[in-house]
Structure formats: structure tokens, C-alpha cells
Write a protein that binds this ligand. Structure first.
Ligand code: UDX
Length: 433
């Protein structure tokens, strides 16, 4: 199959590279010359484990290329994937579809022969229908079908998620388009990954509903964690005991400082807006959004309390600022709420993060960046474990106690054992324990 991917952001690039690894011929298109040039030189602009190697392998095999030539890439394709961004629109919380619709218009003009236009970007219900209309308006002669094919990739595990998905969701409305999509995903079908075929609206809804449900699951355990602290229960045991019920499942039940990232915050807000628009309010999702904000603020209170109600003039070490480990992504990271609050309250904040500096340096003004966790903690009056990178999971607690001014830790990811921490002389607080 000849496939074209529009947009070389996170979703577009990972999907394009993985499709080429399936054996398809893939061309990735972007508007930014510097991005295409970097990709042609084998440089991956995002941090995603395994992506650079997989890209190099498929480029070398002649199956994967990058271009600025939109029309040229589209005219050859059996299927064109739209993988451009859909940021939250300023002011009203809606997903901004400008890039998606612009791409649809350009595709319409460049298309040559039967083409399936597939949306990979997360888009509100009804968008694929609108894409269909736009293409028809722009090019009444075009032979095409649209398909909705949402992605469920987790950053840091995106390749594994693409290659071994729990399921692939495909919204299509003709047999011809379904056949094309089946051929594209054939390598996964051979690995027995189920493909769920639906209509366009259901495919669009599955993506939002799945993300909102996962965000709800996390928020639920975060709320339980707050109550655990009051009643003297341990949220880790509670979540273990709950998760063993197969109907609940153990995943996404880890209490923490609140969810962040490029998907959950954006998609929950967009779903809430869709509900309002159709006068069918998503009240659970709306609560989830509010509680997640409150969870982040609760972490600030927790740190303040640990520090004797003031951080003014105190050195505070922060371990991890990305929204989760194995990514350089800072989007909606809880650290963007918590760190500025500490800086604002007069703390001297020393930050260490294996990948966070690139984006974090502009987003977190007034902090000192350190290369090493122990350097950050030297003479500090408290350390906050914000993101559970592997290298923060096995700190030498005795060493930490000996180098800190006052050995206090707020472990916002429940990485350490409270008893062990206490034994080493650390004043230790965590979440829901
Ligand atoms: C998510 C979805 O998992 C993926 O299917 C979708 O396509 C995109 O959004 P991602 O944002 O990369 O992926 O990260 P994920 O691993 O889901 O974590 C999201 C946030 O939830 C992180 O801030 C993480 O720290 C937090 N989280 C996750 C918890 O606080 N507790 C958990 O148990 C799980």
C-alpha cells in the first residue's frame, strides 16, 4: 500500500514510522521545512524510546520518506492519514480544527484516483462527516471515502502500543474503504489484534469516551486517596484490592498529583464541550476536570504543610517535571501548577529531569536546573518527587538524609515505602497513605 501521513507531530510521526515497518510505502508530509530537513537527516524531534532506530531502519529499507511536497505525496496515495494537531481553542475549550480542515481542502485538490482519507487526529464527533463535505465541495469529481481511525498511543510506549494494540478502531461506511483499512492493518490482524469496525460517529466517540473514562479512573483514585489520608487507610492497598476485581482492573489506579499530558486534559475538556453543545451534559467528566485541578492544588498544600507552612527562602529540590516518565512532554504537567506556586511563595527551586529541560526552561522561569538528583538535594529543606522516572526510583535514602539541610520528602508518586523512609530518618509524606 502507498500511504501518506499529513503532519509529523507525535501521532503522525509514530504512525507513519510504524506503518512503514508493516511493509507499506509511507511518505510523511509537513509544512515546516526545518522539520522535514531534520527528519531527512535522521533526527527525531521528539523523545520517544525506539522511534529513531525504527525510523532509520525503514528509511534504509526505502519504505519511508519525508517531503514538503503535499500534492505530490497525496496524488500517489491509496490512503492519506490526517495526523495534524487539534489543540484546545483559546477561550471556549473546543478542539481547534483549523489544521484538520485545511488539510482536508488541500487533500481534495491533490487527490488522484480512489483515495481513503483517514483521520488519526482526535476530533469531535461529526468532524469526519464535515471532512467528507469539504472534500466534495472542493473537488466534486473526487473518488474517495473517509475513515476515522483514532490512536490510543501512550507517550513513552507509543511503538509498543502501535504494534501490539488492545484493539484498532476503524469508522468506515463503505466496503471499499473497509477493504483498504483491512489491508493497511493486516499485519496486526495476523497478530490477532481485533479491529473494531463502526460508523464514523461511533469511532470518534470511542476515542473521547475511552480517554475520559481513563481520566475518570485516575481522578476517582485520587479522590479516594484524599479520603484515605483522613481515615488512615493506604491507597496503594486499596487500589490493589480494588484492581484485582476483573471488572475494575488494576491499570490507571495509581494515585498521584493529577493527570497531565497531551490527551486527557484536552479530550476531557472537548468532550464536556460537546455535551454542552448537544444539551447532554457530561457531568461526571466536568467533575473530573475540576477535581483534577483541585488535586494539583492539594499537592501544593501538602508540600507547604511538610515545610512548616512556609517555603520562603528555602531550597526545594524537584525530581521530575514532565507529565510522566519517558517523555520530554510538559503539556499540562502538574509541575506547571506546583512549581510556579513554590517559586511564587519564595522558594529556591532546583529542578532535575532527564528530558524536561528542552521544554521546561521557558515554562518554569526562576528555577535552577541541575544535572543530578543529589546535586539538587544538597542543602535542600525538602525534596518533591513529582515524576517517577526510573532514576528517581532507587535513590539512596541514607545519602539523601545526610546531604539535605532538613531531610523531608513529598513523594507525589508513592514510589517509596513509608516505613523504610522513616527508618532512614526522612520526614516523609506521600499521596493517600
Ligand atoms: C493517554 C492514553 O493512555 C492514550 O491511550 C491516549 O491515546 C493519549 O493519552 P498519555 O497521555 O501518553 O496517553 O499518558 P498516560 O500514560 O495515559 O498518562 C496520562 C497521565 O495520567 C499522566 O500524567 C500520568 O502520570 C497519569 N496517571 C496515569 C496517573 O496519575 N495514574 C495512573 O494510574 C495512570
Amino acid at each position: 500500500m502507498q500511504l501518506t501521513m499529513i503532519g509529523t507531530g507525535y501521532v503522525g510521526l509514530v504512525s507513519g514510522v510504524c506503518f512503514s515497518d508493516f511493509g507499506h510505502d509511507v511518505i510523511c508530509v509537513d509544512k515546516l521545512p526545518e522539520k522535514i530537513e531534520a527528519l531527512e537527516n535522521g533526527i527525531v524531534p521528539i523523545f520517544e524510546p525506539g522511534l529513531e532506530d525504527l525510523m532509520a531502519r525503514n528509511v534504509a529499507a526505502g519504505r519511508l520518506g519525508f517531503t514538503l511536497d503535499f500534492a505530490g505525496a497525496v496524488s500517489k496515495a491509496d490512503a492519506v492519514f490526517i495526523g495534524v494537531g487539534t489543540p484546545t481553542r483559546r477561550g471556549d475549550g473546543h478542539a481547534d480544527l483549523t489544521y484538520v480542515y485545511d488539510a482536508a481542502r488541500e487533500i481534495a485538490r491533490a487527490m488522484d484516483g480512489y483515495t481513503v482519507v483517514v483521520t488519526k487526529s482526535t476530533v469531535p464527533v461529526g468532524t469526519n462527516r464535515r471532512i467528507e463535505e469539504i472534500i466534495r465541495e472542493e473537488n466534486p469529481e473526487a473518488e474517495f471515502d473517509v475513515a476515522s481511525n483514532p490512536e490510543f498511543l501512550r507517550e513513552g510506549a507509543a511503538i509498543e502500543d502501535f504494534m501490539r494494540p488492545d484493539r484498532v478502531v476503524v469508522g468506515v461506511e463503505t466496503d471499499k474503504a473497509r477493504d483498504v483499512m483491512a489491508k493497511i492493518y493486516r499485519p496486526l490482524a495476523l497478530r490477532e489484534a481485533p479491529i473494531v469496525y463502526t460508523d464514523l460517529e461511533s469511532a470518534e466517540m470511542i476515542k473521547y469516551a475511552a480517554n475520559a473514562f481513563l481520566a475518570t479512573k485516575i481522578t476517582f483514585i485520587n479522590e479516594i486517596a484524599a479520603l484515605c489520608e483522613k481515615v488512615g487507610a493506604d491507597v496503594k492497598s486499596v487500589s490493589k484490592g480494588m484492581g484485582m476485581d476483573n471488572r475494575i482492573g488494576s491499570k490507571f489506579l495509581n494515585a498521584g498529583p493529577g493527570y497531565g499530558g497531551s490527551c486527557f486534559p484536552k479530550d476531557t475538556k472537548a468532550l464536556a464541550r460537546i455535551g454542552q453543545e448537544y444539551a447532554s451534559p457530561m457531568e461526571i467528566v466536568e467533575s473530573v476536570i475540576d477535581i483534577n485541578e483541585a488535586t494539583k492544588r492539594r499537592m501544593i498544600d501538602k508540600i507547604m504543610e511538610l515545610c512548616g507552612d512556609t517555603v520562603n527562602g528555602k531550597k526545594i529540590a524537584v525530581l521530575g517535571v514532565t507529565f510522566k516518565p519517558n517523555t520530554d512532554d510538559m503539556r499540562d504537567s502538574p509541575s506547571l501548577t506546583i512549581v510556579p506556586a513554590l517559586v511564587g511563595a519564595g522558594a529556591t527551586v532546583h529542578v532535575v529531569d532527564p528530558q524536561g529541560y528542552k521544554e521546561g526552561k521557558d515554562l518554569l522561569p526562576g528555577v535552577t536546573w541541575e544535572e543530578d538528583a543529589y546535586a539538587a538535594m544538597t542543602d535542600a529543606e525538602a525534596v518533591i518527587l513529582m515524576t517517577e522516572w526510573n532514576e528517581f526510583r532507587a535513590l539512596d535514602l541514607d545519602r539523601l538524609v545526610s546531604i539535605m539541610k532538613t531531610p523531608k520528602m513529598a513523594d507525589l508518586r508513592n514510589v517509596y515505602d513509608p516505613e523504610e523512609a522513616a527508618k532512614s530518618g526522612l520526614t516523609y509524606v506521600s499521596v493517600g497513605r
